[in-house]
Ligand binder design. Structure first.
Ligand code: APR
Length: 309
């Protein structure tokens, strides 16, 4: 059973992708807004009947309905509204995530938990502190999206499918992420070698700006990419595939970093984030990675201290 908390854009789209991918026969969608998850679930059950998917979707306002979940995906939270400072957003979402964490701890204590709520690196830290689950079971959704966006951006220049590119984006999920085309490859050939200097710069820039570009165009943030990425992650965990994807995980000495969530390549299997893949970085790359880590630390400063203890 998979539960999705938050039946907004990301949550509902994710539940629909999970249904279409038959990631599990039972999906539960929870929101605080009465009727919203129930209505989404009913519509999705009709879609499943049309597509012939053996999946039942349940909508609920009651956290007891997540009992028995082996994976919980948290998408609950506010998006930043005009006039709202980053600190205000971080405070509000910290409060929401702490409350959701308490419910997950109570009702699904053995679940692997993946979170999308932004600011991601800060919210996954709040979640981890509150849940007190082992680090392999608390995962920030980030890197599948950022790295595949980079693969997509590069593919348009080099005429090779994004799926044949192994992309690497490290560090923060946000404007200070560190895309690294020179450590990305097409079957062993360095991705950077396929790109002119100008193309290289625009691949990096478009990867960093991808989320903002979507929001500027349609006035709300991304949902299709996150839902697709979450399906890939859930599938890897449910089927114990040992797939390497990027995600924000708690670093405990890896990448010479301790006590910080940051995006790095991880092996996903039935235990969650089972292993961290440590890519060798040059001195210059280490400095760029550390700069991105500093941005995560400054995001954490926006979180009220009671959520970080
Ligand atoms: N429990 C359950 N649901 C909640 C709670 C709560 N405590 N608090 C808020 N929600 C719900 C809202 O009612 C809303 O339906 O979370 C949903 C959020 O949906 P949207 O506003 O549509 O936001 P969405 O685009 O889905 O993004 C959710 O994911 O990618 C990130 O930046 C994004 O932080 C944002 C999150």
């Amino acid at each position: 059973m998979i539960s999705v908390i938050g039946a907004g854009k990301v949550g509902a789209t994710t539940a629909a992708f999970l249904m279409m991918g038959e990631a599990d026969s039972k999906i539960v969608l929870v929101d605080i807004v009465e009727g919203l998850p129930q209505g989404e679930a009913l519509d999705m059950n009709h879609a499943a009947a049309i597509l012939g998917r053996s999946v039942s979707v349940t909508g609920s306002n009651n956290y007891e309905d997540i009992r028995g979940s082996d994976i919980v995906i948290i998408t609950a939270g506010l998006a930043r509204k005009p006039g709202m400072t980053r600190e205000e957003l971080a405070a509000k979402n910290s409060e929401i995530i702490s409350g959701v964490a308490d419910q997950v701890r109570k009702n699904a204590p053995n679940a692997i938990v993946i979170i999308t709520t932004n600011p991601l690196d800060a919210m996954v830290t709040v979640l981890y502190n509150r849940l007190k689950f082992p680090r392999n079971r608390v995962i920030g959704f980030s890197g599948v999206l950022d790295s595949r966006r980079m693969a997509y951006n590069a593919s348009r220049y080099i005429g090779i499918s994004p799926s044949s590119i192994i992309p690497l984006v490290l560090g923060q999920h946000g404007e200070n992420m560190y895309p690294v085309p020179e450590l990305s490859s097409v079957y062993g050939k360095n991705l950077k070698n396929f790109l002119s200097e100008e193309q290289y710069s625009s691949v990096v820039k478009d990867t960093i700006d991808a989320g903002a570009q979507i929001t500027n165009l349609r006035k709300f943030s991304s949902n299709w990419g996150p839902a697709a990425g979450l399906l890939v992650m859930v599938d890897a965990i449910k089927k114990d595939r040992k797939t390497v994807v990027e995600a924000s995980v708690y670093l405990d000495g890896e990448y010479s970093t301790r006590g910080i969530f940051a995006q790095v390549p991880v092996v996903l299997g039935k235990e969650g984030a089972e292993k961290i893949v440590e890519v060798d970085l040059t001195q210059e790359q280490k400095e760029k990675f550390n700069k991105s880590i500093e941005a995560i630390k400054s995001n954490l400063k926006q979180v009220p201290s009671q959520y970080l203890g």
